[in-house]
Design a protein around this ligand. Structure first.
Ligand SMILES: Cc1cc2nc3c(=O)[nH]c(=O)nc-3n(C[C@H](O)[C@H](O)[C@H](O)COP(=O)(O)OP(=O)(O)OC[C@H]3O[C@@H](n4cnc5c(N)ncnc54)[C@H](O)[C@@H]3O)c2cc1C
Length: 252
């Protein structure tokens, strides 16, 4: 489990596919599978370079995510994927709101963005938000104790309330998510989640990850390029062989 923000996390629950699955899906057109690591790796590079992306749809990740509601709202805009979210009609809200490390300043050149600089009064504002959260918690509990339904009591909860959901997504859609959300134009909070997703993606599909960053990633987050640069001395052929061995053992 990867911790994100003050109370959030990302957990990979399940995974199907991998770099070999990309090759297998692409070569079905020719009735073939592996041609050995060197040629298979070249094929993955070719596919990403030429935006031939359907073979990546056969690799699927299932994540369990805990994040503030405002992050989830941005996440749910990614339609190519499946979501199931915890319901505050069924369960009572747990005592968790997001508190930023500091209150960022509004950007001057971009109406949607912030800059990585605290407003002068940031510490005091943090104390005030804690007081506000206490009031909200008390009132929420009061509503419940008066017999108000959970589905109505929740209407007073702010966008900073933590929610949880499962997200199942194929590697093609995941790459689109990374380009848009692991990017300097994305809000800091969702960017923190996207960086963790990128790390998990690299772990499961290292060859695809490398060539995705080389040719298809259109975001601009330094941390993502660092993840690729760390791979400079990685032996891609051995990594691919390992995946292939696991795959072959599974098929027996
Ligand atoms: C920095 C940033 C700012 C944003 N600001 C806003 C905002 O102010 N307001 C707002 O409403 N949204 C905003 N969004 C959300 C954005 O418009 C997208 O909804 C979101 O990023 C999902 O992207 P997507 O459509 O590529 O992903 P997905 O929905 O996962 O779709 C993946 C791909 O499938 C294809 N596709 C999916 N559905 C269709 C369709 N119906 N027709 C044709 N092709 C389709 C497209 O090629 C698409 O790229 C913002 C996103 C970012 C990253």
């Amino acid at each position: 489990m990867e911790k994100v923000l003050d109370n959030g996390f990302i957990r990979l629950v399940d995974f199907m596919g991998g770099d070999f699955s990309v090759v297998q899906s692409a070569r079905v057109s020719f009735g073939q599978e592996s041609k050995g690591p060197k040629q298979d790796i070249k094929l993955i590079e070719y596919l990403l370079k030429n935006r031939h992306e359907t073979p990546f749809e056969h690799s699927v990740f299932k994540f369990h995510i805990k994040c503030p509601i405002f992050v989830a709202r941005q996440w749910f805009r990614h339609r190519i994927g499946s979501f199931n979210e915890i319901s505050l009609r069924y369960v009572e809200y747990k005592d968790e709101f997001y508190i930023p490390e500091f209150f960022r300043k509004q950007a001057k050149d971009n109406k949607q963005a912030s800059i990585e600089e605290a407003v002068e009064n940031s510490e005091n504002l943090k104390n005030e938000i804690l007081e506000l959260y206490e009031i909200i918690k008390k009132f929420y509990n009061k509503l419940l104790s008066e017999g108000v339904a959970r589905e109505l009591a929740r209407i007073i909860l702010p966008l900073s309330t933590y929610t949880q959901f499962y997200w199942t997504v194929n590697a093609r859609s995941l790459m689109n998510f990374l380009s848009l959300r692991a990017d300097i134009n994305a809000q800091y909070e969702i960017r923190m989640y996207a960086r963790k997703i990128a790390k998990i993606f690299r772990e499961k599909m290292p060859i695809t990850f490398k060539f995705f960053i080389d040719y298809a990633y259109f975001g601009k987050d330094e941390e993502i390029f660092k993840l690729r640069d760390e791979m400079e001395n990685w032996d891609l052929e051995s990594l691919y062989k390992e995946q292939l061995d696991v795959w072959n053992r599974r098929s027996l």
